[in-house]
Design a protein around this ligand. Structure first.
Ligand code: CTP
Length: 401
């Protein structure tokens, strides 16, 4: 994420919704990721949150008035409109959406919005009746038709006391929605990337299962990188603690059998298939229909092998399709990975050492080697999962080209 945000000039437009206080957290995360954030508050936003908060977070003077920039050419609106990499309007009221849709430019923010060619992302926040009103919906459609992007809103309790759709989506999701708009490389535009991610739950009875420690962090990092490079992303996700990124289609599954069925359905449409899931190798032969009672001294479960999902995709690979697997190993990492690469007919395998405190299930970092069928090996000693995803797609893009 840092790589994508680093040194990007982001205009954070804050408009007059109660959610304006959450814009401080958005500003803070953007700054943490290395972006240069210029806060711009409309008059009503400045009534709700003090510009001083944004100034303390961003280290930049917050723009609140139309004529203020006259004293400071650095924030003259045409200069900012030209320099910005992204305009993020969060929260975006029905009013600012309506003004932007109709080209009304009556304050600093709307004037600059009209002058920019940078991508624009709105995070709407308003009462549910205002959001669903045909006027607002028409305005959103108009802006979307011109290439503006929207993230949220979501359903929930609203400041006005109503419950419904209109709550600004959470700051983490808003930040993720910026990723495809900021990323410079769009080499995967028009390509479909299918990712398996997370663990599997193999049922023992209606309340118990066999699982594993996969967190889904690797799958999430791969999905974010694919989105950043312009791909259309589908994740077939088993249970996992990591939230899947905004902008990806997520198909949630439980067992390896369900995951295999979903992959079978989705794989023919994909250009790239990546098996990042820690697929359960075995499932319970006959899961009990009712909860198993604690009335026996010992309990024996018979396990049968699950299908090998990525090997299935490798076997049915069509020309031009690129299939990637992982090899999670505790020993003989490279030889075991090469054997899996061959056995599963993969185009690339990520061999990774598991079982250490900084590489493996649930960690943010990983030690890995990328291995191709011609045995070219790229060693990545200890990298973040985001960095690994970046290296992985450098290989994939080069191979697809
Ligand atoms: N994989 C799969 N379906 C399975 C098992 C594994 O799709 N039933 C995929 C994983 O998602 C990963 C690769 O195959 O991309 C290798 O997984 P790994 O667990 O390392 O190897 P296994 O094939 O299960 O072999 P072993 O457990 O004997 O090491």
């Amino acid at each position: 994420m840092k790589r994508i945000f680093s040194n990007k000039e982001i205009v954070l437009g804050v408009t007059g919704s109660i959610a304006a206080y959450k814009a401080c957290e958005i500003a803070s995360r953007l700054v943490e990721y290395g972006a240069r954030v210029l806060p711009v508050l409309t008059e009503s936003a400045a009534e709700l949150v003090g510009p001083a908060s944004f100034e303390a977070i961003t280290g930049r003077r917050a723009i609140t008035g139309m004529f203020e920039p006259l004293q400071n050419p650095e924030i003259e609106h045409i200069a900012v409109a030209t320099r910005a990499h992204l305009f993020l309007i969060a929260p975006a009221t029905a009013n600012v959406i309506a003004k932007a849709a109709h080209g009304i430019a009556d304050d600093w923010l709307t004037t600059t919005l009209l002058a920019t060619k940078a991508p624009i992302l709105f995070a709407p926040a308003m009462n549910c009746n205002m959001y669903t009103h045909p006027a607002t919906q028409e305005n959103i459609k108009t802006l979307a038709g011109r290439g503006c992007r929207f993230v949220g809103p979501e359903e929930g309790r609203l400041a006005c006391g109503f419950s419904g759709i209109g709550r600004m989506i959470d700051p983490a999701t808003i930040i993720e929605a910026c990723v495809p708009l900021l990323a410079p490389k769009k080499e995967l535009a028009g390509k479909r990337v299918l990712i398996t991610s997370g663990a599997n739950h193999e049922p023992i009875d209606p309340v118990r299962f066999i699982g594993n420690r996969s967190s889904g962090k690797m799958g999430r990092a791969i999905a974010l990188e694919a989105l950043a490079r312009g791909a259309e992303v589908t994740i077939i996700s088993g249970p996992s603690e990591a939230r899947m990124p905004w902008g990806a289609t997520v198909i949630s599954v439980g067992s390896a059998g369900e995951m295999a069925q979903a992959v079978e359905r989705e794989a023919p449409k994909a250009d790239v298939i990546i098996g990042a899931a820690a697929v359960a190798d075995y499932t319970v032969a006959n899961p009990a229909a009712d909860k198993i009672k604690r009335d026996q001294e010992t309990l024996t479960l018979t396990l049968v092998q699950n299908p090998d999902i990525i090997a299935g995709a490798g076997a049915k690979k069509r020309p031009g399709q690129f299939v990637v697997g992982f090899a999670a190993e505790t020993e003989n990492v490279i030889p075991n990975a090469i054997a899996k690469l061959k056995r599963k007919n993969l185009d690339l395998i990520v061999a990774n050492l598991i079982g250490t405190s900084d590489s493996g299930f649930g960690t943010d970092t990983i030690s890995a080697s990328l291995i191709t069928p011609d045995r070219h090996i790229e060693d990545l000693p200890l990298v973040t999962k985001d960095e690994l995803a970046n290296h992985l797609f450098n290989h994939i893009v080069a191979a697809l080209a």
